[in-house]
Design a binder for this molecule. Sequence first.
Ligand SMILES: [Zn+2]
Length: 256
Amino acid sequence: MLLCPVRGCHLHLTREDRRVVCPRGHSFDIAKSGYINLLQPQDRRSRRPGDSAEAVAARRRLHDSGVTEPLLEAISALAAPAASDVVLDEGCGEGFFLGRLAAEHGFAGHGIDISIPAVDAAARRYPGCEWIVGNADRFVPYADGTFSLALSVTARMNAAELRRVLASGGRLMVAVPAPEDLVELRGVGRDRVARTLEAFTDGFTLTDHRRAITAADLDAAAVREVLTSIYRPLRAEPVGPMRLTFGLDLLLFRRD
Ligand SMILES: [Zn+2]
């Protein structure tokens, strides 16, 4: 169900030992850590190359500290994945949400992200899922109707491609930062719910909406990790321990 990303090709890719190849001979390497790099030359020149290794490492340490567990639980409760689901995570980052959910629920998980350091980290920690480096803004390299559930967690969203790769009746779980997210560091944010609903009017029906909020006391090092993970320049004055709020608006849609 993986498709060749070359413009005008999009034929099925067949997995060989160290690569995947399409009938026209376009071939893509499988990295040692197990991910498949489907980036095209025009994607490599993109002004949005994705998360840096430093930001990926900072986000992973944040997840590993346990502060984002309540958000994972909220996503799991709302998306309600089953072992029979085939799940796409568009903009999977270092794989925390998809990798953990797949391990817990036993479904087939497929994650795509444009950042090589992020996908490499995902493949190393969660080898049970398929991990793709690709530009989902342009093309999600899977056949029509492949997935029964798709996740987009604080990622850029390609509504047309999500609609295409989701089967009719499939679910889409979109998580966007809630206005309270990291309010202590960046003030009250925008409410992104209305804009997200607008992006998914065509072919989707909203079936549920919840706001997940949690807070945690972080030491100075952890606060610095959060700042790095959101690309905030470190302040001139030393950062101290803080209580930080983490929040997501979770929107569940049904693909019509
Ligand atoms: Zn091809």
